[in-house]
Design a binder for this molecule. Structure first.
Ligand SMILES: [Zn+2]
Length: 277
């Protein structure tokens, strides 16, 4: 398995295929259910996030009793008195005298009560079906060694938050979850290497998160195609960031350049010295 044999000319075909797959996944029942559920949770103001964290630092998903009931869950009997208090804004509708446009004026706040998912019982919430890929131990070892020779730090963790497969900080540190099987770890590592090589901290601030994720995931997808690593989760990942065919195609240049960059650097690193620990 030699990455130098990768055919960069195939990138366009891979991306076109990925765009089709992403479109199909975007309409799958599982993802639709997941996204619909997510949209039921309020998006809280900064002040309310602070209030929620101050009262229940472990909170993950928070909603009112009514919303929980609409999702088939009820607040546990012992938790009624432990409601998290937030501020609910009340607006009054009016009209702008000059433009005639409808306006909304904040008139007061009232106290609202919400509960964390851990305070409720009932139907499980839909999750993104994330598939694991086994059997790529040697390749994973090679990729970790090449990444380290690029001067990047690879840290392996067995306690990353549920659903987090890895991260990178834009300053050369990459984390990978060892709870994932090695094939999945290879893709996570390539995704994070793409971030580190193509998105420095300034780029991360000036380019939208959606574009940055689109590029990193598509770059890792192409590299995995070339290395023969299955990528069952990429279409779902893109859909979660609301990335569709048009966005993928609009990023084709950046993806092509990213694949070439990561490939070049990894090859250069692999030519220098033997695998590091
Ligand atoms: Zn990312």
């Amino acid at each position: 398995m030699n990455p130098t044999t990768m055919n960069l000319g195939r990138i366009d075909a891979w991306i076109a295929h990925l765009a089709e797959e992403t479109d199909v996944v975007a309409h799958s029942d599982d993802l639709t259910r997941y996204l619909t559920t997510l949209s039921r949770f309020w998006s809280y103001s900064v002040r309310n996030c602070y209030l929620i964290l101050a009262q229940r630092p472990t909170a993950t998903r928070v909603a009112s009793r009514k919303t929980w009931e609409s999702l088939g869950r009820t607040v546990k009997p012992g938790e009624w008195r432990q409601a998290i208090q937030i501020l609910c804004p009340h607006f009054k509708k009016g009209h702008d005298e000059i433009t005639g446009e409808e306006t909304q004026d904040l008139i007061r706040f009232s106290t609202g009560y919400v509960y964390d998912v851990a305070q409720t019982d009932g139907e499980p919430l839909p999750e993104v079906p994330w598939r694991q890929t086994p059997g790529f131990d040697d390749l994973y070892g090679w990729l970790v060694a090449a990444t380290r020779r690029l001067g990047l730090t690879v840290a392996e963790y067995d306690d990353l938050e549920e659903g987090v497969h890895g991260w990178s900080n834009g300053r050369g540190v990459i984390a990978v979850s060892t709870r994932d099987l090695t094939g999945s770890r290879c893709q996570t590592l390539l995704h994070e290497v793409a971030h580190e090589l193509c998105h420095d901290r300034r780029a991360r601030l000036s380019v939208s998160r959606q574009m940055v994720e689109c590029q990193a995931e598509a770059i890792s997808y192409c590299l995995c195609q070339a290395l023969g690593i299955p990528t069952p989760n990429t279409p779902s990942y893109l859909v979660l960031y609301r990335i569709d065919k048009a966005i993928l195609m609009a990023n084709l240049e950046a993806i092509r350049a990213g694949v070439a960059r990561v490939l070049c650097e990894m090859n250069r690193a692999s030519l220098h010295g033997t695998a590091a620990a």
